[in-house]
Design a protein around this ligand. Structure first.
Ligand code: PGA
Length: 252
């Protein structure tokens, strides 16, 4: 089974940065020719096409950070799944906590984004995670349960949900340097996998995100219930992201 290493560049990047990033990453990344690790770079929308062209010929996939829930063209500012696949963008992050905070999407909108991505054979990376207040109040599972509940309506529309990936990202761990204990990550990711399978009849790989760095990636990816990592800050440095990707095979 492959291990996913996903770089979420958020609102960072430029043509110069990407031009310099790819060769440095390739020089430092050891597993380019193995199928054991799937590397996915998620730049902001304007740089998707350029990133795809820079990664051409290497087994590095490119993902978007959002996709529209709409299907009709009269939706100013929206980007459709058709446009993303036209650019050879194969993956898409849906429901990241920063997106949820900025746009307050309804569960129905998130479900439609997942459906639009799956309908075009894209791989959605569906992000879920509890706030610090919910974590402190021991409400993690009930928050995740409610975020995951849209998957049953997605499953009613889509016969094939086998490409779905789930990223568990506690909001309080994103960009803070705080990480749950390895036991907590293992238990929650295990519970998520079971819960998702009860809603969709599919076994979805569960990834962890939130302050993943070169010094904790190997241990996190060695947990049985964790099939990869979604990396923000540490993915902006090509050497440190390559080190994280190299740790994927050490953790096998
Ligand atoms: P971080 O971000 O690695 O900087 O904590 C992760 C994310 O937001 O996906």
């Amino acid at each position: 089974m492959t291990t996913y290493c996903i770089a979420n560049w958020k609102m960072t990047g430029s043509l110069d940065m990407i031009h310099e990033y790819i060769p440095v990453f390739l020089r430092n990344y050891d597993n380019l020719d193995t199928a054991e690790t799937t590397v996915i770079l998620c730049p902001p929308h304007p740089y998707l096409g350029f990133t795809v062209s820079k990664c051409a010929g290497y087994s590095i996939a490119v993902g978007a950070q959002d996709v529209s829930s709409a299907t009709k063209p009269a939706n100013t500012s929206e980007v459709s799944a058709e446009m993303l696949t036209d650019l050879n963008v194969s993956h898409v992050i849906i429901g990241h906590s920063e997106y949820r905070q900025n746009h307050n999407p309804s569960p129905d909108m998130l479900a439609k984004k997942l459906i639009n991505a799956l309908a075009l054979d894209m791989t959605p990376i569906f992000c879920i995670g509890e706030s610090e207040a919910d974590y402190d109040a021991k409400k993690t599972k009930s928050v995740l349960e409610s975020q995951l509940s849209i998957l049953s309506s997605v499953a009613e529309h889509m016969t094939d949900m086998s490409r779905l990936l789930i990223a568990y990202e506690p909001v309080w761990a994103i960009g803070t340097g705080k990480v749950p204990s390895y036991d907590e990550i293992e238990n929650i990711c295990d519970w998520i996998a079971e819960h998702v399978s009860s809603l969709t009849n599919c076994i979805a790989p569960v990834l962890y995100g939130g302050s993943v760095k070169a010094n904790n990636a190997e241990k996190i990816m060695s947990l049985d219930a964790v099939q990869g990592v979604l990396v923000g800050g540490a993915s902006l440095d090509p050497e440190s992201f390559a080190e994280i990707c190299n740790a994927a095979t050490k953790s096998d």
